[in-house]
Design a protein around this ligand. Structure first.
Ligand code: SF4
Length: 300
């Protein structure tokens, strides 16, 4: 069912089911202060995630490594973008240890890592990725680590470098359906992202694989089902997440529709019927939302 969006050009008013009370200001401010003191970033802040108050108050956060500037220009994303030829990009050699230290301070039992794209680096940042996974595992041997990775331009040696560091869940988001890639993820490639996931599953079957997509970008129901089938075609993904796209800033792509809560249930049932171990779907679901519970449901 389509929820009507108001006047063209204006940011649409959110339907009631997408209004989330934000009350944990103290928890958010305190955690932001700790993160800044170690020069750390989170995608929670950079992507203006609507769950930030809820997650920060339960001491959950997704660390975003490799800096706070991205080399790509995906139209849904509010992480700052820049051209590395014109803007010096940072690579903080202390970041792996600082992420591990902060995760230990927070007492995390499940650590989610993600990064910006660093297409200008010869290894795509994969060694830095691996160093961060190793540092977290060393500091928190009891914790589980989920890596929400970029596509590394399809460089499977880079993918392998991250996998060899020993994450428990390897996550790579498809983000949207094949037809919308050119407008939503212009520097990415649908088949390439599927290949990355296929490699991860085939090379390391013991590691859970996961992928997420946003709805409300202009896709059809059948295209969503096709994407779910593509993720299961060769068993690439064990877990799928599906959530509503929300326009983070006026510069980002507009929301095409607000998906009614009941539709997520149908996708969840469909996904489970074609072999996913877990499908987490709902208006506020993000790839890293309640990642510990989702991994647990899938058998970790
Ligand atoms: S859902 Fe993920 S990105 Fe959003 S606040 Fe929670 S941990 Fe951060």
């Amino acid at each position: 069912m389509l929820v009507q969006i108001e006047s063209p050009g204006a940011r649409p008013r959110l339907p009631e089911f997408l209004r989330k009370p934000q009350s944990e200001y103290q928890a958010v401010t305190a955690l932001k202060r700790e993160l800044r003191s170690l020069h750390l970033h989170t995608v929670c802040e950079s992507a203006r995630c609507p769950n930030i108050h809820e997650c920060f108050s339960r001491k959950a956060a997704t660390f975003m490594i490799l800096g706070n500037l991205c080399t790509r220009g995906c139209s849904f994303c509010s992480v700052p973008k820049a051209d590395p030829k014109k803007t010096p990009f940072e690579l903080d050699a202390d970041e792996p240890q600082n992420v591990a230290r902060q995760a230990a301070t927070m007492g995390l039992r499940y650590v989610v890592l993600t990064s910006v794209n660093r297409d200008e680096l010869p290894d795509g940042g994969s060694e830095h990725w691996a160093a961060t996974v190793r540092a977290v595992r060393e500091a928190l041997p009891e914790a589980q680590v989920e890596t929400l990775t970029p596509d590394f331009n399809g460089d499977l040696a880079a993918v392998e470098r991250v996998l060899a560091a020993g994450p428990h869940v390897y996550n790579h988001n498809m983000e949207t359906v094949s037809r919308l890639y050119r407008r939503v993820r212009p520097q990415a490639d649908y088949a390439q992202s599927l290949r990355v996931l296929r490699y991860a599953k085939q090379a390391h079957p013991e590691i859970l694989t996961k992928s997420g997509l946003m709805v409300g970008l202009g896709e059809t129901d059948e295209e969503v089902r096709q994407l779910l089938r593509d993720l299961r075609e060769e068993g690439q993904a064990d877990i799928a997440t599906i959530g509503q796209y929300l326009q983070p800033t006026r510069r980002n792509r507009k929301v095409a529709r607000y998906v009614e809560p009941a539709e997520y249930e149908a996708w969840r049932e469909y996904g489970e019927s074609i072999g996913f171990k877990a499908v987490f779907a709902g208006p506020f679901v993000r790839s890293s939302y309640m990642a510990d519970l989702v991994a647990h449901e899938a058998g970790r």
